[in-house]
Ligand binder design. Structure first.
Ligand SMILES: [Zn+2]
Length: 151
């Protein structure tokens, strides 16, 4: 659908719209994600003057596909980074996350989309795998740090 001749309802410009590739930081909430870093091309119509967006039929499906592909690719890569930096097996990683091996496997192979909650934890652990090795060890002694303030 060609919207290039469409006038902009926001700023009144004629022939206002062009396709813009929004790959990169896409600052729109998606499900429980407050924003998504898009790793794939996604072309959407946007006003050249004021940036207002205009939807066409099928946009919602294309957005979902691009967003899910990006989130799945990121979660899969976070897991690979965690494994390589921590030296732990995926079974050990799953035990520390409280995640079933089959679910972890479906995240690695990009067959499932994690919640923002789990995606965020994977991101943090990829940045700092030491937390995964030491503090998320099921045998970690929580009395070793001043975590418990109420007796
Ligand atoms: Zn406009």
């Amino acid at each position: 659908m060609d919207l290039s001749k469409k006038g902009c309802g926001e700023c009144g410009t004629k022939d206002a719209f062009s396709l813009k590739n929004v790959k990169g930081h896409w600052k729109h909430p998606w499900k429980d994600f407050p924003g998504v870093f898009l790793m794939v091309d996604l072309n959407l119509w946007e006003c050249k003057v004021c940036g207002a967006s205009a939807g066409t039929p099928g946009d919602a499906e294309r957005i979902d596909a691009a967003v899910e592909e990006s989130i799945r690719a990121q979660a899969s890569q976070f897991l690979d980074v965690i494994k390589s930096k921590s030296g732990l097996s995926f079974d050990e990683i799953g035990a520390r996350l409280g995640t079933a091996p089959s679910y972890l496997s479906s995240l690695r192979t990009m067959k499932k989309t994690p919640s923002f909650h789990l995606w965020n934890i994977l991101k943090l652990l990829a940045i700092d795998p030491k937390v995964m090795i030491e503090r998320l060890d099921p045998d970690y002694d929580i009395s070793a740090e001043n975590l418990l303030l109420r007796a």
